[in-house]
Design a protein around this ligand. Structure first.
Ligand code: ZN
Ligand code: ZN
Length: 370
């Protein structure tokens, strides 16, 4: 079968021929892959910034945002059946007895860093015609989501972030006055930094929770992303139009910031304008550049005097995948055109080079495998 692989030792990226994987335990499931999404992580692996082949292999099959169809199941499999659509999880637990997170199936909170990630770290990924894995990493998705379910994995970032927002904000009276037909956070204002796929999916998750949602990004409006956001009722603000210090005046008390740019200087600048009792969620992984100047007195004063919380979040557990499948299905019913327009291109596997190495274009590009 065909797969897309990087060979870090030769700094090569190309199609490889592999034997089709076979079931090896009673709880294994075999998938025919349908769609694999491409994101910044894949582009960074293709630029050899990271990505580690499995032990004994000189190459790593990439791809971690995926959708497959079950074509074979082991005798002990109960969670999925042949014909089901499934979205596989990415991270696999570390082997250590003392890692209480991995031993509790919460490898997204692994303490040791010795986890593996399919398509990223020491395990082949999903940009291949067939995949085999244990059923515990498979999440079934409704059939009507076939065209968009490749967005489930990138949406898990917002889902895990929001689960933690509820947990943290539970420490204070954050609930809004009960209003019929409105979700609990309807009186809060959320600001998303960045209008890439993570930011746009985050904005949809926030809108679905009735946050008054603003997305802050570079490009002048109108543009396809600003139009998509307006169509779901969110507000787009171009940083060319409005400087960060103007945002509180424009938005009001900023209750939640969902960072989806990986730009640390903008993010730390924004921390100065966080509202009272607010929460700031970091999801981006910036490259290491030179140090920048930050007004640490102001940030620290605000953190204390305004009861603020700042946290980072990475990867996702099964609950976030299940929430993501549930919510993407809701988004798709509410905003079918907007959700479909997140996927700006579908390409054959042979197009992998341009997609991974060329100039990033569109919102989410997908390799279709069947
Ligand atoms: Zn990704
Ligand atoms: Zn662990």
């Amino acid at each position: 079968m065909k797969a897309v692989a990087v060979i870090p030792s030769k700094r090569e990226i190309r199609l490889v021929q592999q034997d089709e994987p076979e079931l090896s335990t009673p709880s294994d499931v075999k998938l025919r892959m349908i769609d694999v999404g491409i994101c910044g992580t894949d582009r960074e692996i293709a630029a050899f910034q990271y990505g580690t082949p499995p032990t004994g292999s000189d190459y790593l099959v990439i791809g971690h945002e995926s959708l497959g169809e079950v074509i074979e199941v082991g005798p002990a499999v109960t969670r999925v059946k042949i014909g089901d659509l499934v979205v596989p999880m990415v991270r696999r637990p570390c082997p250590h007895d003392y890692c209480v997170a991995c031993r509790a199936d919460r490898q997204d909170f692994c303490f040791t860093g010795d986890f593996q990630e399919r398509g990223i770290q020491e395990k082949h990924g999903f940009m291949a015609q067939f995949v085999v894995d244990d059923e515990k990493y498979m999440n079934p998705a409704p059939k009507e989501m076939r065209d968009v379910a490749v967005l489930v994995e990138p949406l898990t970032i917002a889902e895990k972030g929001l689960t933690q927002v509820w947990q943290v904000q539970h420490r204070l009276p954050w609930s809004c006055p009960v209003t019929p037909g409105k979700a609990a956070p309807h009186c809060h204002r959320a600001l998303v930094l960045g209008a890439g796929p993570v930011g746009l999916l985050g904005a949809m998750a926030l809108m679905n929770n009735d946050f008054d949602t603003y997305v802050y990004s570079k490009e002048p409006a109108p543009n396809p992303k600003s139009q998509l956001l307006e169509s779901i009722g969110a507000h787009y603000i171009s940083s060319e139009k409005l400087a960060p210090e103007m945002l509180p005046q424009h938005i009001g008390n900023i209750d939640l910031v969902y960072e989806a740019t990986g730009a640390s200087s903008l993010s730390f600048e924004m921390m100065k304008y966080l509202g009272t009792n607010s929460i700031f969620v970091f999801t981006g992984v910036p490259g290491r550049k030179g140090p920048i100047e930050v007004d640490t007195d102001l940030v620290m004063r605000n953190l204390v005097l305004k009861n603020q919380v700042v946290f980072g979040t990475v990867n996702a557990g099964r609950d976030s995948f299940e929430n993501s499948i549930r919510d993407l299905n809701i988004f798709f019913a509410r905003w079918p055109v907007a959700v479909k327009s997140l996927i700006t291109g579908r390409f054959p596997i042979e197009a992998h080079r341009d997609l991974l190495l060329g100039r990033p274009e569109g919102i989410k590009n997908v390799i279709s495998l069947s």
